[in-house]
Ligand binder design. Structure first.
Ligand code: ZN
Ligand code: ZN
Ligand code: ZN
Length: 325
């Protein structure tokens, strides 16, 4: 994320702010243009009141570029769901911004928003099937329980994951969508991905079952960014794609605050034009420092991952795929 100034007084404002904390001016963010002066609610996203969305309304029904992608919102008659929805959308907006800056397609062949999101809570009846977070042909479902910090921490512990965030979920699930969209089912493009991630035609359900039953291979960290990535080539791709997005957004932020060398470009899309080896080098130096700072503060590890050469090579393949798109 870059840094922003209030269009009225020039004071620093942050990406999620709905008003300048210095002069009180109402803020509206337009993707690609930054914060614009706003007058009396003109141009606000229709969800501004409900969830504090600070983006500009664009669609005929007044929704912003990010909110347009949400087809199903949680049942707002359930206590706490308005807050869960707001937290989920606040995590989704930087992800949509990054996709937009990287010029990845955000509409389908009919010009409709794609991918789309369904933010659903588990049904009240205990014997009803639970909502599974996942991707199916351009539709991404998220269980809104993930928006509760305690719930998410419990899942993270039970799965033995070092890192589990809402932003991470969005980046992972959109990866499955872009695998489909950017290969278009074309054999040459699929073969190129198979050479890097393995053959995705192996039985997906059986692979996941084996992963949860037997655990990852003992040497998984030499070849995969996460244990889950070792479960199936699709998951390896999604975990790697999500990681490329973490690194690009993290480096853009660090660059804006002068925490990485000044010869790195300021903009996300310009960063994505650099070889992954260069990005990973800057990121590794920064993450060692930030891990130490977090430890000094008694926080959890900032960056609990290791970027081995095979993992960087996979990230480079994803970066090139994004560049070509
Ligand atoms: Zn101001
Ligand atoms: Zn919005
Ligand atoms: Zn997945």
């Amino acid at each position: 994320m870059r840094r922003f100034d209030c269009p009225s007084c020039g004071h620093e404002v942050f990406f999620a702010n709905t008003a300048c904390l210095s002069c009180g001016t109402a803020l509206v963010y337009a993707p690609g243009r930054g914060f614009l002066p706003s007058t009396d609610g003109d141009g606000f996203c229709a969800n501004r009141e409900a969830i504090g969305c600070n983006w500009a309304g664009e669609s005929p029904d007044g929704l912003c570029l990010s909110c347009q992608h949400t087809l199903i919102v949680p049942d707002l008659t359930v206590a706490g769901n308005a807050e869960r929805w707001a937290r989920l959308e606040a995590a989704k907006r930087p992800v949509i911004r990054a996709l937009h800056h990287l010029r990845l397609p955000l509409t389908d062949a009919q010009g409709q928003p794609a991918p789309v999101f369904e933010l659903k809570g588990d049904p009240l009846a205990s014997d009803a099937p639970k909502v599974m977070t996942g991707h199916d042909n351009g539709t991404i479902t998220l269980n809104i329980a993930e928006a509760d910090d305690a719930e998410r921490a419990a899942i993270r512990q039970s799965l033995g994951e070092p890192y589990r965030t809402l932003t991470g979920h969005f980046r992972h699930e959109v990866a499955h969508h872009y695998w489909q969209v950017l290969t278009g089912g074309e054999p040459a493009r699929l073969d190129a991905l198979r050479a890097v991630f393995g053959d995705e035609r192996q039985d997906y359900a059986a692979a996941l079952e084996a992963h949860y039953r037997d655990g990852p291979p003992p040497d998984w960290s030499q070849h995969f960014i996460s244990a889950y990535a070792s479960s199936h080539p699709w998951e390896d791709f999604a975990e790697t794609w999500a990681h490329v997005m973490h690194l690009l957004d993290g480096l853009e932020t660090a660059r804006a605050f002068r925490l990485v060398p000044g010869d790195l470009p300021l903009d996300l899309a310009d960063l994505a034009a650099l070889p992954m080896a260069r990005l990973a080098e800057a990121w590794a130096a920064l993450s060692v420092a930030l891990n130490a700072v977090n430890q000094a503060m008694g926080h959890e590890t900032f960056y609990p991952f290791v970027l081995t050469p095979p993992v960087v090579a996979k990230m480079e393949a994803v970066r090139q795929m994004i560049q070509r798109a």
